[in-house]
Ligand binder design. Structure first.
Ligand SMILES: *[C@@H]1O[C@H](CO)[C@@H](O)[C@H](O)[C@H]1NC(C)=O
Ligand SMILES: *[C@@H]1O[C@H](CO)[C@@H](O)[C@H](O)[C@H]1NC(C)=O
Ligand SMILES: *[C@@H]1O[C@H](CO)[C@@H](O)[C@H](O)[C@H]1NC(C)=O
Ligand SMILES: *[C@@H]1O[C@H](CO)[C@@H](O)[C@H](O)[C@H]1NC(C)=O
Ligand SMILES: *[C@@H]1O[C@H](CO)[C@@H](O)[C@H](O)[C@H]1NC(C)=O
Ligand SMILES: [Ca+2]
Length: 483
């Protein structure tokens, strides 16, 4: 019985289980424990009347033999696969086993996490972070791209008029002393000339703001601000905050270090000092948004502004590098905490055999090496929070085996979201009404790749199982690139 030996190493956890209270839908415990040496007896799995989950160091149908051999227990670290080898193959340096290491690991026991940063691939001052078989560059603004090779420094059109009047709005407008001069938001253009050449908020407005609708998601790396003068007096914004939105409803204030946590104070940008000179502030990290709002905090005489936005289109990168990089399930750029699910299955209700959401990493090895859903119905989902919007162009999916039982998702839908609350399900391209069902896996191991056409930009992605074999079970990788 090959199956039985795989239960061995978690057996020590099982020894302490109180059997009666944790029976699950998949298996029941034997009335009389037929297993030796602290093994756990389970019924209702496959054809056998019962099977034994053996304690550490024991093997055999009823755990009555001591397990031994070079791969028992496995000396391979980091999901390396242990294989027993013949003596003749290794000559003098006979170990009796070889570890087949996953990419990014080396050494006899796969114990070495290769430093994927040694070749200094990050350009323009980007900081390299080592991952499992991959690396990531933390780029200083305005550089972007896998290796910080691109600079995102286009002027977005306040000065040139590329951003039109109807895209600019404000909390209020100052109509001047006689109500004849309209200091409207459409005038807030860098280097605008004339008697009335800037936006100015109404004197009574206690919470002024001016907002630009970029009409689609864009990346913003900076802002240039400028004051103006009215009847020989300089008016300008000395300090301001910035907020951004995807939908003109929910606004996120830009915080120090770009963090979104509430306890981090909102960033106050230093603005102008006179009526004419310009001040450039960088957003580091950049802001990805459709709506950008400038909120004056301290004004001289009046909150009067001319401005320009610095940034670039989101698709600059996708066309530059193909945009099909793994986004970090396998490499662990996506941390455990960023992966969640509707429900989680435990084989025989045993905690040690929990199929956690963050096990859903492509090519993960081990006894429980995937996410598996407990409800096992179409309400289940697996969610990845990428922490910032990314362009997502595809997905690779893979099934797994639960103690010999092959299980996989054979059809699925994909939903995405900017805020984790309102979701868009990918539709069939021909009709805007039908959800697209992507073809999934057909076995326990093969990679199945689907591309999203068109790709989408989002922070949250949800995998929605639609059809499956045995249980909903998934390992996966998202493909895409930075926006
Ligand atoms: C283990 O149990 C099996 C079945 O009862 C028996 O055939 C076998 O001889 C036992 N092995 C040892 C080492 O006791
Ligand atoms: C670094 O570059 C060398 C030579 O191009 C290559 O052999 C090696 O695998 C690279 N190392 C990493 C960690 O990518
Ligand atoms: C505005 O700026 C220009 C150029 O710096 C300067 O000559 C002028 O005196 C300023 N006007 C006011 C009202 O401050
Ligand atoms: C689907 O919606 C898009 C955008 O709203 C539109 O351009 C396209 O014509 C629609 N296609 C169909 C078949 O309705
Ligand atoms: C599961 O996948 C492995 C690797 O591709 C394959 O060797 C094995 O036969 C598969 N197992 C089953 C039960 O299909
Ligand atoms: Ca590494």
């Amino acid at each position: 019985m090959r199956l039985r030996s795989v239960y061995r190493s978690s057996g020590f956890i099982l020894a302490s289980l109180i059997l009666c209270c944790i029976c699950s839908v998949n298996g029941d415990y034997c009335e009389v424990n037929l297993c030796d040496n602290g093994g756990t007896c389970v019924t209702g799995i496959g054809q056998e009347p019962f099977i034994c989950i053996c304690a550490e160091g024991f093997a055999g149908d009823i755990c009555n033999t001591t397990e031994s051999g070079p791969c028992s227990p496995s000396p391979c670290k980091n999901d390396g696969e242990c294989e027993v080898i013949e003596k003749s193959r290794r000559g003098d340096v006979f170990n009796g086993y070889v570890c087949k290491c996953p990419s990014g690991f080396e050494g006899v026991n796969c114990q070495i996490n290769v430093n994927d940063c040694t070749n200094q691939t990050c350009q323009n001052g980007g900081k390299c972070r080592d991952l499992d078989g991959d690396y990531t560059c933390q780029c200083p603004s305005p550089y972007v791209g896998k290796n910080c090779q691109l600079s995102c420094i286009s002027l977005l059109g306040m000065e040139t008029g590329g951003i039109v009047e109807s895209q600019i709005s404000a909390s209020s407008v100052d109509f001047g002393i006689l109500g004849l001069q309209r200091w409207g938001p459409e005038l807030a253009r860098l280097n605008n000339q004339g008697m009335v050449n800037a936006w100015s908020s109404a004197p009574h407005d206690k919470n002024p703001w001016i907002e630009i609708d970029l009409q689609k998601k864009m990346r913003l790396t900076g802002i240039i601000t400028q004051g103006a003068s009215r009847i020989g007096t300089a008016e300008f914004i000395k300090a301001f905050k910035v907020a951004s939105s995807f939908d003109d409803k929910v606004y996120t204030i830009y915080r120090n270090d770009g963090q979104k946590k509430d306890r981090v104070s909102s960033k106050v940008f230093v603005g102008n000092v006179d009526n004419e000179s310009t001040k450039t502030n960088l957003f580091d990290p950049p802001i990805v948004a459709q709506f950008i709002r400038i909120i004056p905090v301290v004004c001289r005489k009046a909150c009067t502004l001319r401005m320009e936005l610095i940034g670039c289109e989101l698709n600059v990168l996708s066309s530059a590098v193909g945009c099909v990089e793994p986004l970090g399930m396998k490499s662990r750029l996506i941390s455990d905490g960023q992966i969640s699910a509707s429900s989680v299955f435990r084989t025989w209700g045993i905690d040690a055999f929990t199929w956690l959401p963050h096990f859903a990493r492509l090519d993960k090895q081990g006894k429980t090496n995937a996410w598996s859903a407990d409800f096992n119905d179409r309400s289940d989902w697996l969610q990845v929070d990428l922490e910032k919007p990314k362009r997502i162009t595809g997905i690779i999916t893979q099934g797994a085996k639960d103690f010999g039982v092959v299980q996989f998702v054979s059809g699925f839908k994909i939903a995405y979201s900017d805020n984790g609350q309102s979701w868009t399900v990918i539709k069939e391209q021909q009709s805007n009404k039908t959800d697209k069902v992507f073809p999934g896996n057909i076995d326990n191991n093969t990679h199945k790749k689907n591309l999203f056409e068109p790709p989408f930009v989002a922070r949250f992605v949800r995998f929605l199982p639609w059809e499956w074999h045995e249980r909903i079970t998934l390992r996966m990788e998202l493909l895409g690139c930075e926006v």
